[in-house]
Write a protein that binds this ligand. Sequence first.
Ligand SMILES: [Zn+2]
Length: 126
Amino acid sequence: MAPKKNAPHGCGNNHTRGGYNFKLQSKISTGKFQGQSFNIDHAYLPSPSSYYSNQFPGISTNRKMAKVLCPFHEDTRPSLSINMEEGWYKCHACNAKGGGIAKFHMTRYSLTYKQTIKELEISNAR
Ligand SMILES: [Zn+2]
């Protein structure tokens, strides 16, 4: 009457699969969260067009894309393209690029991310 020691194969398989799936999902969601953390702070920052017109007096704010002298290399004619609505920038000569004004400010003035947010918030309050 004692039960046989052979455990049914199906049971063992299910347990293993459940554990594997859970691990995989938690890994993916962590990566996504880290990618979005940059965007949360944008609520406190000036709009890209007001920031860039401060940085480059005379820049055209009527158009979505603007071109200016690149601050990241010795530029003689405007090579830096700026998207005034979304804030990203890209230089066709030295390949400097970034996704927003925070990255631009941080790179141009060699600041930490914290310092950058602080400075941008101050300039926004004025
Ligand atoms: Zn450049």
